[in-house]
Structures are given as structure tokens and as C-alpha cells.
Design a protein around this ligand. Structure first.
Ligand code: ATP
Ligand code: MG
Length: 440
């Protein structure tokens, strides 16, 4: 390890050896959200601190101890690196009046920042992909959000993830439940840890998602919100469950699922796995009908979810192992006096034909270049020497599979190379590379 600068603890470099795993995941995510009609929203990484304290809630892990907040030395503004993107999304939607024409389906992808204790699956800079369905009262959209996530697990071919759902009811039923919880925890103060004692009066619901093993029995026996749900919330939840049953999506009702952010109401859900150790939640979401008015908008129902890309990648790797790193299709070796201009021209022609081409820059003997070509993973080596330049030709040598090295004219290049390599432009996912250079 170098003696020089190190990255900030809990913030990772994504190196070339794994960046293709990220690209694959991001490509899959983009196609997946598009298939449900979501449009991307990109917001700044910095927001006013008050946006998060007001939306996520003062008495939550994120706001109490995880935010990177600072005062802008130039103008004294209180700023925070976003710990999540729902608040930013709602801020942007209100600022630009995006709900004026009607409901919006939005998605985002990017880094989030939380000052947590770094461990496997838990970082200080991590990445989330999330969607926000704004202006939809559900439960149809709640069901679609869940079907959508279930489809992603199939697209990524992940090991089993379990769906846990719950309802937090309306603001009124939560208020009633809150009072019963305070009474219950007051009777058992001696069993509460320090966090729980502090939160008992300010945010007793939060105590239910404690990770402290010593408190599990206590929270298990706590009064359940399900027992005092209002009729509308009960019907909303029953309808959602029926839609999931119809769609054949299995779920577990977890009465203790409350989510770590204050803005949720009615439906909440998490997808969890035991394949990742302690950091088992890969995706979490729910309904947050109160958030838009809380941030100054007209009352508008909303629901969404966010998932951690590091955890999704770890889960995919647990089943499939690492993905093979991408390789160029053609390696171009060239040697000879003044050969460079011709070599660059042939390399460009290969790219025009749709082949990813790695040009051997820096010269050297053919022997050493061919060694590099082999190591590159390319399917074909294109070789150019003085003779080829004089003839306007190129020698092709297959690096894998059958075939003999032979020399072709540039006009015959496309036909000669085709048996050994498929142009990237003919592969799915690369529609923007023209396969016929004459059409340019
Ligand atoms: P946890 O209970 O694991 O702390 P959370 O409830 O704080 O999660 P959310 O705010 O709901 O998480 O974020 C949604 C998803 O983002 C999580 O389910 C997880 O996959 C991912 N995530 C959250 N915090 C981190 C982190 N520090 N590092 C990596 N991924 C994270
Ligand atoms: Mg957390």
C-alpha cells in the first residue's frame, strides 16, 4: 500500500477490475426502470441541512449521528451531503413544480453519504438506486413497486430475497399507537438500552427496529399497530396483500418493520437476505403521503423505495462469482518505420465496423506485442508491418479457436474478420454504434 494519501475511511475506489460489474448493474437498472415508465432525476449531492432534518426526522439514526454536515465557510450556509435521495427528489419536484401536470414516476442512482461504522455491506459513501412514484394514492402502485423489485431480482438472478411488509397506518393511528408504546416502554424502563430510553418519549416507534439482541423479547411483545389500525389503512393493506397474492409474490408480514426514517406511513416493505451476514436489507421502501406537504407542497400521496448497489452486487456475486472482465475484440499490433499513421487508420476502420479495438501504443517487437495481444483477451489480432502498409492490407490472426493467419485488403476486412468476432454493434445494448460505416 502506498505511503501517500488514502481514501477517506468507508469510501471506496471502484477499480477497473470491478467497475464492469457496476456498469452491468447500472445498465440493467436503466433498462428495468424504463420498462416501468420511470424517468431519471439527478439532484445535487449537497442540500441544505434543514431539508433532511425536517423530512427524515430529528430523532433518527441518520439525522442524529450519520450526516456529513458542515457550514459553508464562504457564506455560512448549513449544508449536508445527501444521506438518501427521497428528500432531495421531493425538494426538486416542488422547486420545479413537476407535479403540476399530474403524477410523476421518477428514479435516481448515485452516491449517498452516512457517517456509519464501516463494515462489509456498510460504507460511508455508498450507492443507491431508488424510485419515487409521486401523486399516486395506491395500493395499486404499492403493489407495482413490489412487483417491480421482484422483477429486478429475477433480471439479476439473485439468490432468494424475502419480502417483509407492514403497514404503519395513518398519522392518527400512529399517534394512538405511539401513546400505547410510551406507556408500555415506561413500564419496562429497566430493560431499555440508552438509545431506547432517550427515544422513548420523542420517537418510541424507532425502538421497535432496535438491533440490540437484549431488547428483542421486549419489542416482540410490544403493542402492535396492526391492532389499532384505522379502517382505511386496513383496507389499503388488505388490498395490497391480495394483489401480491394474485401476482404470486410471497411475503411475510413483519409487525416490527417500521423503517428508519420518519416520513413513512401506511405500506412499508423491505427485501432481506441472510446471504450477506448482518447487512441483510437490500431494498427498502414504502408510502410517504405526509412528506410533500411537510416540505411545503400541496397534499400529494407518494411511495417509493431505495436499494443499496453494494449489497446487490455482493448478493449477485454470492451466486454467480465475479463476472469476466470485458476484453477488446481486436488487438492491433504494428511495427515498422513510420507505421503509426496507417495503424491508427486501420484501428479507426475496425471501430467503424463495430469492433472494440485496442491499439498497441508504444511500439516494440512483434513478439512482445503478440504476447500482449494474447493477454488482452481479444479474439483477433490485426497485424501491420511494412509490407501491409505498402499493400494497403492487414494480417489477421485468430487468438482463440480455429483458423489460419492470413492477409486481407482493407476492403475485405469486414468479411474476413466476421467469422472470428461479432461486431459489438450487432450485440444487444449497443444500438448507437453504426454497423455499416458507409451509412455515416
Ligand atoms: P440499515 O438498516 O442497513 O442501516 P437503512 O434502513 O438505514 O438500512 P435505508 O435508508 O432504507 O437503509 O436505505 C435503503 C438501502 O440502502 C438499504 O436497504 C441498504 O441496501 C442501503 N444502505 C443503507 N445504508 C447503507 C450503507 N451505509 N452502506 C451500504 N448500503 C447502505
Ligand atoms: Mg442505517
Amino acid at each position: 500500500m502506498s505511503q501517500g494519501f488514502q481514501a477517506v475511511r468507508g469510501m471506496n475506489d471502484i477499480l477497473p477490475a470491478t467497475s464492469h460489474e457496476w456498469e452491468f448493474l447500472e445498465d440493467t437498472l436503466r433498462a428495468w426502470v424504463a420498462s416501468y415508465g420511470y424517468r431519471q432525476l439527478r439532484t445535487p449531492l449537497l442540500e441544505p441541512t434543514a431539508l433532511f432534518t425536517r423530512s427524515i426526522g430529528e430523532v433518527t439514526d441518520i439525522v442524529e449521528k450519520e450526516m456529513y454536515s458542515f457550514t459553508d465557510a464562504l457564506n455560512g450556509e448549513q449544508l449536508t451531503l445527501r444521506p438518501e435521495a427521497t428528500a432531495s427528489s421531493v425538494r426538486a419536484v416542488l422547486q420545479h413544480n413537476l407535479l403540476y401536470p399530474g403524477p410523476q414516476r421518477l428514479w435516481y442512482l448515485g452516491p449517498m453519504f452516512r457517517h456509519e461504522r464501516p463494515q462489509k455491506g456498510r460504507y460511508r459513501q455508498f450507492h443507491q438506486c431508488g424510485v419515487e412514484a409521486l401523486g399516486y394514492a395506491g395500493p395499486d402502485i404499492d403493489a407495482e413497486l413490489i412487483l417491480m423489485t421482484a422483477r429486478l431480482w429475477r433480471l439479476l438472478d439473485l439468490p432468494a430475497v424475502e419480502l417483509q411488509i407492514n403497514t404503519l397506518g395513518s398519522a392518527e393511528s400512529r399517534q394512538q399507537h405511539r401513546e400505547r408504546l410510551i406507556a408500555y416502554f415506561s413500564e419496562h424502563v429497566d430493560l431499555l438500552d440508552e438509545d431506547a430510553r432517550r427515544r422513548m418519549h420523542s420517537n418510541p416507534l424507532r425502538i421497535l427496529d432496535t438491533k440490540n439482541p437484549a431488547m428483542q423479547a421486549l419489542v416482540e411483545a410490544a403493542p402492535r399497530l396492526a391492532d389499532e389500525l384505522d379502517d382505511a389503512s386496513r383496507l389499503h393493506f388488505q388490498t395490497l396483500c391480495a394483489l401480491l397474492d394474485d401476482a404470486g409474490v410471497p411475503y411475510v408480514i413483519n409487525h416490527r418493520l417500521v423503517r428508519g426514517l420518519d416520513y413513512y406511513n401506511a405500506t412499508v416493505f423491505e427485501w432481506v437476505t441472510d446471504a450477506l451476514g448482518a447487512q441483510g436489507t437490500v431494498c427498502a421502501g414504502g408510502r410517504y403521503d405526509g412528506l410533500i406537504p411537510q416540505l411545503g407542497g400541496k397534499p400529494t400521496p407518494a411511495a417509493g423505495f431505495a436499494m443499496g448497489l453494494e449489497r446487490l452486487l455482493a448478493l449477485r456475486e454470492a451466486r454467480h462469482g465475479p463476472r469476466p472482465a470485458p476484453a477488446p475484440q481486436v488487438y492491433l499490433a504494428a511495427s515498422g518505420e513510420g507505421i503509426t499513421a496507417y495503424a491508427l487508420r486501420v484501428a479507426e476502420l475496425l471501430r467503424d465496423l463495430g469492433y472494440d479495438t485496442l491499439f498497441h501504443a508504444g511500439g516494440g517487437s512483434f513478439k512482445s506485442q503478440l504476447k500482449r495481444a494474447d493477454g488482452s483477451g481479444a479474439e483477433v489480432c490485426a497485424i501491420i508491418g511494412d509490407q501491409e502498409r505498402a499493400d494497403g492490407s492487414v494480417a489477421l490472426k485468430p487468438l482463440r479457436g480455429q483458423g489460419e493467419q492470413h492477409t486481407v485488403t482493407l476492403a475485405g476486412l469486414a468479411a474476413a474478420i466476421a467469422p472470428w468476432a461479432t461486431p459489438r454493434s450487432a450485440l444487444p445494448g449497443n444500438p448507437d454504434i453504426p454497423s455499416d460505416p458507409s451509412s455515416q
